[in-house]
Ligand binder design. Sequence first.
Ligand code: UD1
Ligand code: MG
Length: 386
Amino acid sequence: MISFLITWYLIPELSHLFLSANLAGKDLNKRLNDYRVPEGVGVIAGAIYLVCLFCMIPFYVLHSKDDASSTMLTNLSLYLSALLSICCMILLGFTDDVLNLRWRHKLVLPTIASLPILMVYYVTYGNTNIVMPFPVPQLFNVNVFDLGILYYVYMGMLAVFCTNAINILAGVNGVECGQSIVIAISVLLNSLLNLNSECWNEHMFSLYLVCPFIGVSSAVLYYNWYPSKVFVGDTFCYFAGMTFAALGILGHFSKTMLMFFIPQIFNFVLSVPQLFHFIPCPRHRLPRLHSTEDKLVMSTVKFKYSDLGILGRVFLYLLPILGLSKITVEDEHITMTNLTILNVILKVVGDTHEQTLTVYLLLLQVFCSMVAFLIRYQLVHLFYDE
Ligand code: UD1
Ligand code: MG
């Protein structure tokens, strides 16, 4: 609550500083051409989050004071490494907002920023085994498989995925922040459900990190909701992504965490042809405003068939069949809807108001979290022994 109140108070107080530093973005889906909004306000949320986590260090240490000093040190190193990685990512995100980094940097930087948590994982747990689901143990008589170094590669990739997946599911007022809050609340519920289990310590750690996150993000959402008075920027997306990656890795629930990312995974996989340039990728893929009605329509990209390689042509053939994109051909020019989940939602529900689209996406995120809980706590028994 304190993190919420401070962020809620400070954003309007400080946002004019962003405008005077020319840190502003045009709201692409508003009719007013000169409607400029402070950009990168996620840095305020990130800074307050860090201050809160710093202030909570004594409480975190005191709550494990009855344990052996080695346990206290382990707990502290988990906490500090998460702080370091998140702090690093906030810095990198803000750099991105100010300098507009290239895509290859966006992939490399989270990998480097995740090193502190990976090293602490190595020193504290170092467990790289995965338990095999049904029917592998029955068929091959293998219950546990040691992934070794590949487990660290997986965790490094998780950090890259979490940060970028939120950043590319963006562009509509309230979407970046709203999805992060739904994921964070899912993590909160999951940790509360596990507080009486034998891994309560990891889930207590998770609660320490996730509660102030929900606080600062809710305040950001208040100002970022339609019509946005501030933009969260890449700073917030990276900050949120690294917080989730740190929680998943150090709290030992990275697979459950991935299940809370179902819409982001879908959006990421769908985006692959454009992200890897098999199909041309415009600078902005967000839905666009219909010129006369106050509704968003699917955004498109225009190119020639001859511009595509073999894989691009395969995607061009398959995606409309799967109902994931719409194509119109005019002379030698092809117009294709951009490959994003927001466009897919618009394809299903039809043209809609910007705020309604955000609500649809958030409802989908909530539904997917419920599915994740169903898999995690019910269907899991079909695949794993207790
Ligand atoms: C990512 C997406 C891009 C999307 C953009 C929107 C990919 C590969 N990249 O790029 O398709 O268009 O995010 O955030 O999928 N904006 C709005 N309304 C909003 C939020 C943002 O109009 O509610 C616009 C503003 O002009 C703002 C800009 O998006 O300045 C921010 O874009 P930026 O975060 O720099 O884009 P990327 O993260 O590179
Ligand atoms: Mg962005």
